[in-house]
Design a protein around this ligand. Structure first.
Ligand code: ATP
Ligand code: LTN
Length: 329
């Protein structure tokens, strides 16, 4: 079975966009791959996080991943900081990286463009070699990521090859797996923008832990157009198309079939059904989430996950240390 590794950096509340675009894919992958999913809490603190809030977001994210169907019997779920090898290999990968290549990382450039020097941590700069370590420790064949993370996986490949050439074959060179097109849920209040937790107003974004009635209201108030017929046309009817995508991906009904059902009918009725479908999914997730959070099982799941991950990571790190000459016996 091919191996897959991915990290989640939950610095905010998870949204319906995260669910449709990312979370649900992991749930599918766990059947066909040996999947390692970790909460990248060391990556979270490259930018200051209020501790109470961070703790809550980390816990919520784990609870939500489980609620959405990640199964600890099928995949390994753990906290990055629980497996010390990440930070160790992260350092060694930092020493394998050149200033020039880290300077070229788009995410670093974007995040620091308008920031003052004293607000830019050195952690943000060496974030990509830590990510490389996360992946290389497990000999991952594939890394499912969003488009924005592809460059970091490319760097990971370069570092793996550099190490293999310099010291001898050690790491599997991983491939990024970027989700299919269409995995981009748009804002309900401005369908030209991505649904995002960092959006200024909350009207366009539905959170997975949001009150059900409030989520329904957001769907009912979603920006549409004057065409007055339900049609899948992303250019001229982006709002309606977005609702069609949401509904289709949650219900499994093909977009064409939904469009046919709504021939000659108005937006009101259509939105009502979308709202019901979203409400049903959120209710299911929230019920599972509440059960999981009150069951106290998260701690045990993370403990077992960290143990499993550690067994692999430990051997890999040892091998690396030996090859580099820092482990002397
Ligand atoms: P922000 O909302 O601040 O832009 P984000 O949610 O994109 O952040 P991440 O937490 O890194 O940031 O995203 C986690 C995953 O969710 C990524 O794989 C990303 O591609 C996916 N994702 C995020 N928003 C959407 C969306 N609107 N539609 C589809 N997938 C999304
Ligand atoms: N950088 C990623 C999170 C992340 C990750 C990883 C993803 C950290 N380590 C290893 C895949 C593999 C992000 O910001 N979403």
């Amino acid at each position: 079975m091919k191996r897959m590794v991915s990290g989640i950096k939950p610095t905010g509340e998870l949204t319906l966009g995260n669910y449709i675009g990312a979370l649900r894919n992991f749930v599918k992958y766990q059947d066909d791959y040996e999947l390692y999913v970790f909460i990248a809490n060391l990556h979270c603190v490259t930018v200051y996080q209020e501790p109470k809030e961070l703790r809550k977001n980390l816990k919520d994210a784990i609870g939500l991943y489980l609620a959405c169907g990640l199964d600890p019997q099928k995949c390994t779920i753990f906290l990055q900081s629980d497996v010390y090898e990440h930070a160790q290999l992260g350092w060694l990968m930092t020493c394998m990286s050149y200033m020039g290549e880290l300077n070229r990382m788009t995410q670093f450039k974007e995040k620091t463009q308008n920031a003052k020097d004293e607000n830019i941590t050195a952690g943000l700069f060496v974030y990509p070699p830590l990510m490389a370590a996360d992946i290389l420790l497990y000999d991952a064949d594939y890394v499912p990521v969003g488009e924005d993370q592809k460059q970091h996986v490319e760097l990971t490949r370069d570092l793996a090859q550099r190490f293999n050439n310099r010291y001898s074959e050690t790491f599997v060179v991983p491939e990024p797996l970027v989700a299919k097109v269409g995995a981009r849920i748009m804002s309900l209040s401005d369908p030209s923008k991505k649904m995002s937790k960092s959006e200024e107003s909350n009207k366009g974004c539905i959170y997975l832990l949001e009150d059900i009635n409030s989520a329904k209201k957001k769907i009912m108030g979603a920006v549409t157009d004057m065409c007055a017929h339900v049609n899948y046309d992303k250019i001229n009817q982006p709002g309606v198309s977005n609702l069609l995508e949401i509904m289709s991906s949650l219900s499994g009904e093909p977009i064409d079939s939904i469009v046919t059902r709504y021939e000659g009918k108005g937006y009101g009725e259509f939105k009502k059904e979308v709202a019901e479908v979203v409400a049903k999914e959120l209710t299911m997730i929230q019920n599972r989430y509440n059960e999981i959070m009150s069951s106290g099982q998260i701690e045990q799941i993370l403990k077992e996950g960290a143990e499993r991950a550690h067994r692999i990571a430990f051997r890999k790190l040892k091998k690396v240390q030996k090859k580099m000459g820092i482990d002397i016996f």
